[in-house]
Design a protein around this ligand. Structure first.
Ligand code: UGA
Length: 452
C-alpha cells in the first residue's frame, strides 16, 4: 500500500520506518527542511536504538519530503503524527494537527483515503479532523470524487524501545466509524498482526510472540484508550511510590513488595519500579490533558490528579533526603548520574534531572552531571542552567558531597564504587531508581539510600 506520514518525530518516524520495512511504500513528510535533508542522508534527529539500521533496510520503500503535493496524492493511508505539545492549561496545542488536516484535504487523491490520527489528541479530535478535511475538500473542483474516512490509531511505543514496540506490539487499536476504514487498516497492519515479516537480526522476534490482537472500536473509544493507558501506567508508578513511603517507615523493602504484588497476574510486574517517578513527554502531558477534558464535562479525576501530585512529591523527596543526609545544602556539590528521562533515549522533556537540578541550584548547591547520550542535547536546551557537565561518571563523583542516580543507565550499575567513594568529599549515593547493588556499594564503604 502507499502510505504518507505527516510529522517525523518519534511516532511518525518509527511508524514510517516500520511500515516501509514491512513492505509498504512510505512518504514521510515534515515541514522542517533541515530535518528532512538530514533524514535523506540517513541522519536520524533522535536517539533511538536500531532506528538508523532499520531505516537503511527500509530505505528502498521510503521517501522523505517537505512537499504535501508529493506525499499525499495517491496515498491509501495518511497518518497524522505531528506534535501536540501541552499549553499552560494542560490542554494540548492542536495547531500542527489542524494545519496538517487542512493540507491533507487540499491534496488527497480522488478515490478513497483513510486519514489516521496517530498523534495523541483530545477525545473528539477524530470528528474535528473530519470536519477540517471536509472544509478543505469542499473548496476543490473535484470534490465529488474525493472520499475519505478518519480513523484513530493510538500509539503505545516507548522511547528507547520504539521499534520493538512497533514491530511486536501487545495490541493494535483502530477506531473508526466506517467499516471500510477498518478493512484498509487491517490490510496495512497485516504483516505485523500476523508476524509474517522476517525479523531483523538486531531486533529479534521475542519468544512466544504470536498473532497480535487488533482491537477495532469507534473513534472516541480509541482516543480514550490512549489516555486511559498512559494514565493507568502513570498511576501504577505513583502507587508504588506511595507504598514506598510506607515501606520506608516500616522498614520494608519496596522492591520486594513490588515483586510480591506483581506476581499476581491481575496486577502484573511491570511499571512498579519505585523511585524518582515518571518524566518524559507523555505521562505528564496526557494526564494533564485527560484532567482538562474531564473538566470540560464538569468532572474531577481525583485518582489521576493524585498520581500527578505523588509524582511531583518524589522530586521534593530527593531534596529532603539530601538535606537529611548532608544537613546543609548551601555550598555543597552534588553529582547527578543521568539526565535523560529514562535510559536509551536522549529525550529531556520533563526529565526529573532538570527539575531536581533546578531545586538544588535554587538552594545554593553546585550541580555536576553526566549522561552517556543526552549531554549534547542538555547543552543545547538547558546550557544556561548552571549545571557543570562531566565526561565520565567518575569525574562527577570526584569532590562531590553526594551522588544521585537519576537515570538507570546500565553503565552506572558497574562502577568501581570503592574508587568512586574515595574520590568524593563525602561518600554518599542516593539511588533514585532502585537500580544499584546496595550491598556492594555499602561494602565499598559508601553510604547508600533509596526512595522507598
Ligand atoms: C509512554 C508509554 O509507556 C507508551 O506506551 C506510550 O506510547 C508513550 O508514553 C506515549 O504516549 O507516547 P515513554 O514516555 O516513552 O512511554 O516511557 P515509559 O517507558 O513509559 O517511561 C515513562 C517514565 O516512567 C520514565 O521516566 C520512567 O523512568 C518512569 N517509570 C517507568 C518509573 O518510574 N517506574 C516504572 O516502573 C516504569
Amino acid at each position: 500500500m502507499r502510505v504518507a506520514i505527516i510529522g517525523t518525530g518519534y511516532v511518525g518516524l518509527t511508524t514510517g520506518v516500520c511500515l516501509a520495512f514491512t513492505g509498504h511504500t512510505v512518504f514521510c513528510l515534515d515541514t522542517d527542511e533541515a530535518k528532512v535533508e538530514a533524514l535523506k542522508r540517513g541522519k536520524i534527529p533522535i536517539y533511538e536504538p536500531s532506528l538508523e539500521e532499520l531505516l537503511e533496510e527500509a530505505r528502498p520503500n521510503l521517501t522523505f519530503t517537505t512537499s504535501y503535493p508529493e506525499a499525499i496524492p495517491h496515498a491509501d493511508v495518511v497518518f497524522i503524527a505531528v506534535g501536540t505539545p501541552p499549553t499552560p492549561s494542560g490542554a494540548p496545542n492542536l495547531e500542527f494537527l489542524s494545519q496538517a488536516a487542512r493540507s491533507i484535504g487540499q491534496h488527497m487523491s480522488t478515490g478513497f483515503t483513510v486519514v489516521v490520527n496517530k498523534s495523541t489528541v483530545p477525545i473528539g479530535s477524530g470528528n474535528w479532523v473530519d470536519s477540517l478535511l471536509r472544509d478543505a475538500v469542499s473548496t476543490r473542483a473535484d470534490k465529488n470524487e474525493v472520499h475519505f474516512a478518519v480513523a484513530s490509531n493510538p500509539e503505545f511505543l516507548r522511547e528507547g524501545s520504539a521499534l520493538h514496540d512497533s514491530l511486536y506490539p501487545d495490541r493494535i487499536v483502530i477506531g473508526a466509524d466506517e467499516a471500510k476504514a477498518l478493512e484498509v487498516m487491517y490490510t496495512l497492519y497485516r504483516p505485523i498482526l500476523d508476524q509474517t515479516f522476517s525479523a531483523p537480526t538486531y531486533l529479534p522476534r521475542p519468544e512466544g510472540v504470536g498473532a497480535v490482537p487488533m482491537l477495532s472500536s469507534d473513534l472516541a473509544s480509541a482516543e480514550l484508550i490512549k489516555y486511559a493507558a498512559n494514565a493507568f501506567l502513570a498511576l501504577k508508578v505513583s502507587f508504588i511510590n506511595e507504598i514506598g513511603l510506607v515501606a520506608e517507615r516500616v522498614g520494608a523493602d519496596i522492591s520486594e513488595v513490588a515483586r510480591g504484588i506483581g506476581l499476581d497476574s491481575r496486577i502484573g510486574p511491570r511499571f512498579l519500579s519505585a523511585g524518582i517517578g515518571w518524566g518524559g513527554s507523555c505521562f505528564g502531558k496526557d494526564t494533564a490533558a485527560l484532567i482538562a477534558t474531564a473538566g470540560e464535562y464538569g468532572l474531577h479525576l481525583p485518582i489521576v490528579e493524585s498520581a500527578r501530585k505523588i509524582n511531583s512529591r518524589q522530586r521534593d523527596r530527593v531534596v529532603e533526603k539530601l538535606l537529611n543526609e548532608l544537613k546543609l545544602l548551601k555550598g555543597r556539590t552534588i553529582g547527578l548520574l543521568g539526565l535523560a528521562f529514562k535510559p536509551n533515549t536522549d529525550d529531556l522533556r520533563e526529565a526529573p534531572a532538570i527539575e531536581i537540578a533546578q531545586k538544588l541550584i535554587d538552594r545554593g548547591v553546585r550541580v555536576k552531571a553526566h549522561d552517556p547520550i543526552a549531554m549534547g542535547r542538555f547543552t543545547r536546551e538547558h546550557g544556561n542552567m548552571g549545571v557543570t557537565l562531566c565526561d565520565t561518571p567518575e569525574s562527577v563523583a570526584a569532590g562531590s558531597d553526594a551522588l544521585v542516580l537519576v537515570t538507570e543507565w546500565n553503565e552506572y550499575r558497574d562502577l568501581d564504587w570503592e574508587t568512586v567513594g574515595k574520590s568524593m568529599r563525602s561518600p554518599f549515593i542516593l539511588d533514585g531508581r532502585h537500580a544499584l547493588d546496595a550491598e556492594k556499594i555499602i561494602r565499598s564503604g559508601m553510604r547508600y539510600a533509596t526512595l522507598g
